[in-house]
Design a binder for this molecule. Structure first.
Ligand code: AMP
Length: 221
């Protein structure tokens, strides 16, 4: 059991490495990794009502309406495994979501957030997203620059026999839309959390293990 709560939000553009860093941080801290994107993709794959409502927005690279994602996050954060803390990845993405998150934590009597902003140059973001391939089996994240990585290929992880695929929203047009949405709706959160003294910037460029070290240091304080 952790000695204190680790209530972490990872902010950053699509492709900044939130998913990769959130996975590493959640395993270092022993708290759940909560990705609203993963929850929504699972709902789409399972053909649920939520999935049917979210799919069109996601395919176009637009944000799913606040009410839907706020309800998802509120429900997930109230579960007992989130008591020692959580790493939020991809939520909040709008000021309305940030306000709702603040309210939820207050209602649950939780400690304040540490918000880590992963800063990455825009050309690098586009390179990462357009070459990104995921594994259907282990959710591993790869890049076509790595040997053997392409859609339809087997997962390079030793203990996984899943297949690699490209996310439908990692295609050029959706990437452009997601970056526009990020600039208009999510970047304002950097000021929102900065003004509240909760924000720490960490460079998201370089070796993922070294970035993870920096993020861990910041979060542990
Ligand atoms: P992600 O995996 O975080 O890049 O999210 C993929 C897509 O899911 C986004 O482009 C949105 O369509 C949707 N989504 C995920 N999280 C949110 C959120 N917090 N608010 C609105 N839409 C979201």
């Amino acid at each position: 059991m952790a000695d204190r709560e680790y209530n972490v939000v990872l902010l950053g553009a699509p492709g900044a490495g939130k998913g990769t860093q959130a996975k590493m941080l959640s395993s270092s801290l022993g708290v759940p990794h909560i990705s609203t994107g993963d929850i929504l993709r699972e709902a789409v794959a399972n053909g649920t009502e939520l999935g049917a409502e979210a799919k069109g927005y996601m395919d176009r690279g637009e944000l799913v309406p606040d009410e839907l994602v706020i309800a998802i996050a509120r429900e997930r954060l109230g579960q007992p495994d989130c008591k020692p803390g959580f790493v939020l990845d991809g939520f909040p993405r709008t000021v309305a979501q940030a306000e709702a998150l603040g309210g939820t934590l207050e209602d649950l009597g939780r400690e304040p957030l540490t918000v880590v902003n992963l800063a990455v140059d825009e050309d690098e973001i586009v390179r990462r997203l357009s070459g990104r391939r995921l594994c259907r089996g282990c959710d591993g994240i790869y890049h076509v620059d790595q040997p053997g990585v392409e859609s339809g290929a087997p997962c390079p992880a030793e203990d996984c026999d899943g297949e690699l695929y490209q996310r439908s929203d990692d295609q050029a047009e959706a990437i452009r839309e997601r970056l526009n949405v990020y600039k208009q709706q999510t970047q304002p959160l950097i000021d929102y959390y900065g003004e509240r003294g909760l924000l720490v910037d960490v460079t998201g460029e370089g070796d993922p293990e070294q970035i993870a070290e920096r993020v861990l240091q910041v979060v542990r304080g």
